[in-house]
Design a protein around this ligand. Structure first.
Ligand code: BGC
Length: 762
């Protein structure tokens, strides 16, 4: 086995990861890594170097259409640099053993996986997590995910996904942190810190991979894998910040995206992968493609595999996920003079450096630990964190006459296809978990009710009326499709005995996530029929909404008494929902994605530019103003929106001065009082608007927030300090500057309901 000086390695990584290039120690250690990798590469054949660039899928969890050949053979021949999609410490260690005991140079393997919102303990989907606005909670969830995944042998997670998305048709909106670049950047940093820890040296600190670089969330028409065409100005001001934040936080790897940018797939886009990522942002880590995307360049109309591989390598790609183009074609392309050996060497060096940074050369089995698997997976501590975090992510969208929280008394009917669907609680990226160990919503609610309230249950409906439609929507997590009429009759019988009805409806887990775009964003037909029938009983109805994306809920908002959006809350959904439903926890989630009134409004987002003809009244139709004949411009629920059981009252907005002096600061503050009957968290939001600038600026942009806890009756002054940095944007020459002039400052409980003042920046 190849050895390195372990003690000094810590410094290397600290230096590299924390960007302390000025320190002599880190420079020494970087030199040590360099020396080690150079020596190793000196022993490698060209074929072995190409092997390092090859990342096949192990095939347990298939996320695309391609399967690779026999892993063991490839490992022995050193034809792979790592693999992903294999679960289980014994299997992973056995594969690692082949690499370090049976291959010529004994180079350990990267072991990747999509550990996106948990491993065995599953947390809410990322979109939900972002609605907590709690970066520490996100860091904690990433830390726990890394602890669990690393015990099982995984050393590399394909997370965080930071694609800004403004179009709810795109199913992958579920995987990111919503529509805002400022919030998205904070979340990106929190994920990276959580996964990678301080130094990557701990046996539970794993390599993070920010994805999908770049702009994948802007796929045309919300259709997955679709084209993106965007001005540089928009990219820099509205989409790139979260990727950059992850890079600045020291993320060890980046995954390029499936989409085309400026006519060239991201996978082979030199401007993106080299000029921007490497040169402008100084990213020195590993760059991997997305699943089979080199081969997919043929369908893009760019080139067949061999030439596509050349283009991807030359653009700056290091590792080829699944397509095997690097392994099988680059040797010949080198002979033909289409690439240079240096280009292969650079990519190979980056793969080896990633392994070195992880400490795999010192101990290839650092990450797989059968004892840790027994002790550290799905522990009581992890589950309790997941439960607490899940309850922070739920968003109360409506609560007429304070119907919620429910009292623990009488008869409560829990109805709906999501009420007892164990395999659908977790959301899309939870293939690795053991769903049979998780409770259902029904179990969580029954256990909270104990003998104080009687919980009646009926499934009530299928997901869709049509069995084929439901089969497609449910994907790998099928639900039993039963007779719609019988289900409804039974639900109505159950409801007739109840004092209050809780309807657990919405999307099933696989209706969002990859390859789950929708053109109709309503609750599926069978469930809508059920909801309407339940409301006809005249009893109070709570809609517990399961969804991975914003839905169109106009009818529900007008007719249902209370709506609690619980997204997909992870393995502890049942208990977490019960905590909020019965008032043990006051809901505090705030939307990080706008809920539209109609699919026709999409893309819809709060931080838009104004037209020359804005519609001041936001009416339905106002001729010659920028609006629609048949719908207002307003969302149903705006960005930042979320109610509480308690009542937060905002005092007047105060600013320390009407001028922000050059190099100075200005303080904006507001007093928030909890005038309701419950203790709870409130997220106070700060927005700014640059009234006139060289390039048009958004009507408002989030620039800060504070998540405060107030007991009933308590008040708190919330202060935000504003400096020039908060006013900066990219101008038409892509210089990051601020322009002196007039600004609006807005503070409020969501992006719509704000108090406003103006100031002049000098
Ligand atoms: C997805 C990535 C994922 C990869 C590996 C792809 O289809 O786009 O997000 O990391 O598969 O599973």
């Amino acid at each position: 086995m190849i050895t390195v000086k372990k003690a000094r390695l810590c410094y290397v990584l600290l230096g590299i990861l924390l960007g302390c290039s000025c320190s002599d120690v880190s420079r020494d250690e970087a030199a040590e890594m360099d020396r080690f990798v150079t020596e190793l590469m000196g022993k490698m054949t060209l074929h072995e170097k190409l092997g390092q660039l090859n990342l096949p899928s192990g095939g347990d969890m298939v996320t695309g259409t391609v399967m690779n050949g026999e892993l063991s053979d490839m490992i022995r021949k050193q034809e792979i640099g790592g693999f992903f999609n294999v679960k289980g410490v014994r299997r992973i260690n056995a594969l690692q053993r082949l690499a370090v005991e049976e291959s010529r140079l004994k180079i350990p393997l990267l072991v990747g996986a999509d550990v996106i919102h948990g491993y065995e303990t599953i947390f809410p989907i990322p979109l939900a997590l972002s609605c907590s606005w709690d970066t520490l909670a996100i860091e904690r969830m990433a830390r726990i995910s890394a602890i669990e995944a690393s015990a099982d042998g995984i050393n590399w997670t394909f997370s965080p996904m930071v694609d800004i998305c403004r179009d709810a048709r795109w199913g992958r909106i579920a995987e990111g942190s919503g529509e805002d670049p400022y919030l998205g950047s904070l979340m990106a940093r929190a994920y990276v810190r959580g996964y990678q820890g301080n130094s990557l040296q701990g046996n539970d600190e794993i390599l993070a991979c920010v994805k999908h670089f770049a702009l994948y969330g802007a796929s045309e028409s919300g259709r997955d894998y679709n084209t993106v065409d965007m001005s540089r100005l928009r990219m820099y001001n509205e989409y790139l910040a979260p990727y950059k934040a992850a890079v600045d936080a020291g993320v060890g790897s980046v995954m390029s995206s499936f989409n085309i940018i400026d006519g060239i797939p991201a996978t082979a886009n030199k401007w993106l992968l080299t000029d921007l990522l490497r040169d402008e942002w100084s990213f020195g880590g590993l760059l991997v493609t997305d699943y089979n995307s080199i081969a997919e360049m043929a369908s893009h109309g760019i080139a067949p595999l061999k030439e596509a591989s050349v283009r991807a390598l030359k653009a700056g790609t290091d590792m080829d996920m699944v397509s095997c183009g690097f392994l099988n074609t680059l040797e010949e392309s080198l002979k033909e003079g289409k690439i240079m050996e240096d280009q292969i060497n650079t990519a190979c060096r980056r793969v080896l450096e990633a392994k070195y940074k992880l400490g795999l050369f010192s101990n290839p089995y650092k990450y797989g630990d059968t004892l840790r698997v027994k002790e550290q997976l799905y522990t009581a501590e992890h589950r309790s964190a997941a439960r607490a975090i899940a309850s922070e992510t739920f968003v109360l969208l409506k609560n007429e006459n304070h119907l919620l929280p429910l009292g623990l008394k009488g008869k409560i009917a829990l109805v709906g296809p999501m009420a007892d669907a164990r395999n659908n609680m977790c959301g899309m990226w939870s293939m690795a978990c053991t769903a049979s160990r998780h409770g259902t919503l029904l179990e969580g609610i029954r256990s909270a009710a104990g003998d104080k309230a009687e919980i009646l249950y009926a499934k009530g409906s299928n997901v869709y009326e049509d069995a084929e439609m439901e089969k497609a929507a449910a994907g790998i997590r099928p639900l039993e499709h039963e007779d719609n009429r019988k289900l409804l009759d039974e639900a109505l019988r159950v409801a007739s005995r109840a004092d209050v009805i809780v309807a657990a409806l919405g999307e099933c887990a696989e209706m969002s996530g990859e390859s789950a775009s929708r053109t109709n964003l309503e609750i599926p037909d069978a469930q809508q029929n059920l909801l309407k029938a339940l409301l006809k009983t005249g009893k109070p109805v709570v809609l517990l909404l399961f969804t991975g994306r914003p839905l169109v809920l106009n009818w529900e908002d007008a007719n249902v008494h209370s709506i609690l959006n619980v997204w997909f809350g992870g393995s502890e959904t049942g208990d977490a929902v019960a905590d909020v439903l019965f008032g043990k926890v006051t809901p505090s989630g705030k939307l990080t994605t706008t809920f539209p009134r109609s699919v026709g409004q999409l893309p819809l987002f709060y931080n838009h530019l104004n037209t020359g003809r804005p519609d001041p009244d936001n009416r339905v139709f106002n001729r010659y103003a920028s609006n629609y004949l048949d719908e207002s411009n307003e969302p149903l629920y705006p960005f930042g929106f979320g109610l509480s059981y308690t009542d937060f009252v905002y005092g007047d907005l105060q600013i320390s001065s009407e001028t922000l002096p050059k190099n100075g600061e200005l303080t904006a503050s507001v007093t928030v009082t909890n005038k309701g009957n419950y203790d709870g968290y409130e997220t106070v939001q700060l927005y700014l608007r640059d009234i006139y600038a060289e390039v048009a600026r958004p009507v408002k942009e989030l620039k800060g927030f504070e998540r405060i806890f107030l007991k009933s009756g308590e008040s708190c002054d919330v202060k935000f300090v504003i400096t020039e940095d908060d006013l900066k944007f990219y101008n038409s020459e892509l210089h990051y500057i601020y322009e002196p002039g007039e600004f609006e400052i807005m503070i409020g409980t969501n992006s719509r309901d704000v108090k406003t003042k103006c100031f002049i920046a000098k």
